[in-house]
Structure formats: C-alpha cells, structure tokens
Design a protein around this ligand. Sequence first.
Ligand SMILES: [Zn+2]
Length: 61
Amino acid sequence: MSKICLCCGKEINENTTMSWHKECLYKFFGTYSFPDVSVLESEIEKLAIQDINKNFSITGV
Ligand SMILES: [Zn+2]
C-alpha cells in the first residue's frame, strides 16, 4: 500500500516509514531527519490555523 506525503499529497514510492518525501521534509524543515513529533505537530497546527485564518479573511463572513 502506498503512502501519501503529508506535505505535497503525492504518493511516496520511497522505501521509508515516514509519511513525508525526503525532499518535502528538507524543503519544510531544512533537514532530512525527521523532527521531533511534538515539533512537527505544532508546525502542522500552525499551518492549519494559518489556512483557517486565510479562509476566514477571504470569505469575510
Ligand atoms: Zn511530498
């Protein structure tokens, strides 16, 4: 079963236990080693919050 990269949403064909492409990981965190899970989760939360705020400001309701 192929995994979907959490960063770009494309399939990961690499033999890895991570749910990120190495390239995406590097682009996002500037490192090829997976950061601490709590750091990662807070980063994703931040991004999600930014997206929500963006959507709110666009709709303006
Ligand atoms: Zn990716």
